[in-house]
Design a protein around this ligand. Structure first.
Ligand code: 6R9
Length: 654
């Protein structure tokens, strides 16, 4: 067993859920037994929590792998499930969205009001000629209209493609073109970091700046007024949301669509330059998002105030802002702005103000709060929080402990949930009322989900070993394809283990002695140093465990003697920077990692930097750091949240 596994296995802390949590938990130990006894029956039961206009008789059709069909002869309307049925059940007055604008303005939108708005917009879209199967691009800030727009598109059986509001005109254009969008729904602008960030100009540019011969598919642009900023206007094409929506009728009957009717396309980056349009369909997707939201987030719609901090531009925002919580009839917080505007305690102020009970966020956010210190959250009353969730990347044990102790009052269970844009919903996670939590491990597949950790030949590695994460059985919310590119779908996910029929996730993982899963980052982030496999995540985790370190990113840089060498980029806490020289700190940290994991993991270089390059969804772009570490010109930085960061880092490294 290599030294880095020892390090992981040295994580002996275990946290059982509080008895009172278990007593009312939705996710119970019986679910594992039920799913094991009859997987199809288990998923059928989860699906029946939805309203079906035509009940399905078949659960899974896997006759043409990897093209799955779930609940194929059933019919439902996704928006009806998220809206009308709650109103019809007498819950129209329940708040669906507790919206908080960045400047502090607020709106409470009930289920009845949201249903009304969605019906009106569905009528507007119908009048513009939108029919089932059409693609609609959504390019909006985090405002209630973003959720309404997604649901209005879904209501018509059309397909939304949400493009994150931080993406450039170029990215927007390539996504509009790839999907052949007929309508774009946008806003004049939205608030970010204390000022209005315009959106409409990017749409105008995307639609004017077409390549030769490219045919314009967009017929209309619907514009929400939010930023009150000046916008250019194309008569005939552009329509104000408030004009058309208020003029439209609020009568609209949702038509049922087949379970496999496409629901959305969401673009995600792959190993090549061209983003992949991940395609999801209706019945299976809604089944698994609603189910996981219910059992993993332990959602009790009558009493909980849920807050998933993800932007709707990412899959987490699709599944755990729009679809999961609304299908369950929950009340949730929707926040427009950045975590530190106008002050660094903004999130904790929101938790206190709305009495948030379940918080779902990303490790990168937790680490940046850690960097600012516990004094800030301690100024707010966080006692309403009873469950915490993590998603997006492996959470290092240090951040996990901080999250639990400082945010969760040392009692709230933490669920570390592994999944992907492609998987549509959570796949690997503890059930918070059942599982004894281990800081840093995502632990076990959810009831109904079958995964394994295998070697290059697809053979189970056994406890105590590392390998590749695969999904061994189809699941309801699985991607149904890549828009317009069925070959790439098969190649990317199914070819590697074609003989076994496994889905290849692209993530490295280890099984510990208990068989619990530890994610080790993307397999392209796994380094090979002198023939030893080292995980970037693990060395980062060791670095962050040092008291001087606020954040760390590690890359494998090519090295003449060792194949790859470990290079670390580290942000130091201010108090340590004041007292120590950068050289001294770098030496200390090299030794520290050597002590923590073993000499093989000791970084060749430790660079002290002020920032790390992150995408707008908070993922560290190690590719760019590798460029710096290997002395190359830095590659494409357009997907960075702050494109200036790399020049600063390059200067600091020199
Ligand atoms: C939901 C989401 C997917 C990739 C995935 C993996 C990483 C997500 C994780 C995690 C370890 C977790 N990832 N959750 N790694 N532990 N709990 O983030 O989707 O943006 O498509 O990213 O994120 O590497 O393959 P997406």
């Amino acid at each position: 067993m290599s030294s880095q596994i020892d390090h992981l296995l040295n994580e002996n802390r275990r946290f059982a859920p509080p008895a009172e949590f278990t007593a009312t938990a939705n996710g119970t130990a019986e679910l594992y037994a039920q799913a094991k006894a009859d997987r199809d029956a288990f998923w059928a039961e989860q699906a029946r929590a939805l309203h079906w206009d035509t009940p399905f008789t078949e659960v899974l059709d896997w006759s043409k792998p990897p093209f799955a069909k779930w609940f194929a002869d059933g019919e439902l309307n996704v928006a009806y499930n998220c809206l009308d049925r709650h109103v019809e059940a007498g819950n129209g007055d329940r708040v669906a969205l507790l919206w908080e604008g960045e400047p502090g303005d607020e709106r409470r939108v009930t289920y009845a009001e949201l249903t009304d708005e969605v019906k009106r917009l569905a009528n507007v879209l119908t009048d513009l000629g939108v029919v089932a199967g059409d693609r609609i691009a959504i390019y909006l800030p985090m405002i209630p209209e973003a959720v309404a727009a997604m649901l209005a598109v879904a209501r018509l059986g059309a397909i939304h493609s949400v493009v994150f509001g931080g993406f450039s005109a170029d990215s927007l254009r390539s996504r509009i073109d790839d999907a052949g969008a007929k309508v774009v729904i946008t806003a004049d602008g939205g608030y970010r970091k204390g000022k209005v960030s315009a959106l409409k100009p990017a749409v105008d540019q995307a639609l004017s700046d077409r390549g030769a011969g490219a045919q314009e598919t967009v017929e209309h642009v619907i514009v929400v007024r939010r930023g009150e900023n000046e916008v250019d206007w194309t008569e005939g094409r552009d329509l104000w949301w408030h004009d058309v929506v208020s003029a439209a009728s609020a009568d609209h009957t949702a038509q049922p669509f087949p379970a496999e009717n496409p629901l959305f396309i969401l673009y995600t980056s792959g190993t090549t330059g061209k983003p992949k349009g991940i395609l999801h369909t209706s019945g299976g997707y809604l089944t698994q998002t609603a189910y996981t939201n219910r059992v993993v987030h332990d959602l009790h719609p009558e009493t909980d105030v849920f807050w998933c901090t993800a932007d709707i531009g990412w899959v987490t925002g699709h599944s755990y802002v729009t679809y999961g919580p609304l299908a369950n009839g929950a009340t949730q917080v929707l926040y427009e702005g950045t975590p530190d505007t106008p002050h660094p305690g903004r999130w904790w102020e929101i938790v206190q103000k709305y009495g948030v009970t379940v918080l779902y966020t990303a490790p990168t956010a937790i680490r940046s709060f850690m960097k600012l210190g516990r004094k800030i959250p301690k100024q707010f009353d966080l006692s309403s929080l009873r469950l915490l969730g993590s998603v997006g990347e492996p959470i290092n044990p240090e951040a996990w402990m901080w999250y639990r102790q400082v945010i969760g009052a040392k009692t709230a269970p933490i669920v570390d949930t592994w999944w992907q844009t492609e998987t549509g919903a959570m796949m690997v996670s503890a059930l918070p009322g059942v599982t004894e939590a281990k800081p840093g491990s995502a632990q076990v597949p959810l009831p109904g989900i079958a995964i394994d950790v295998v070697d290059e030949d697809g053979v189970h590695v056994g406890n105590g070993n590392g390998g590749l994460l695969v999904v061994t059985e189809p699941w309801p919310s699985m991607l149904r394809g890549i828009w317009g590119d069925p070959d790439r779908f098969v190649e990317t996910y199914w070819e590697k283990f074609a003989d076994k029929g496994f889905y290849f996730a692209g993530d490295g993982a280890r099984l510990d002695e208990d068989g619990d899963v530890w994610f080790l980052g993307r397999v392209d982030d796994v380094m090979n140093v002198s023939g030893h496999r080292l995980s970037t995540t693990e060395i980062e985790s060791a670095l962050v465990a040092n008291e001087a370190v606020a954040e760390a990113a590690v890359v494998g840089a090519s090295d003449e003697t060792t194949g790859q060498a470990v290079v670390a980029f580290v942000i130091i806490k201010q108090s340590f920077l004041d007292e120590h020289s950068p050289e001294g700190l770098a030496g200390t940290l090299r030794r520290w990692v050597g002590e923590q994991i073993g000499p093989i993991a000791r970084p060749r270089d430790v660079y002290i930097v002020g920032e790390l390059p992150k995408t707008r969804s908070g993922k560290i772009m190690r590719r760019l750091l590798r460029d710096v570490a290997e002395g190359r010109e830095v590659g494409d930085t357009t997907t960075l949240a702050d494109t200036m960061v790399m020049s600063v880092i390059s200067a600091q490294v020199k």
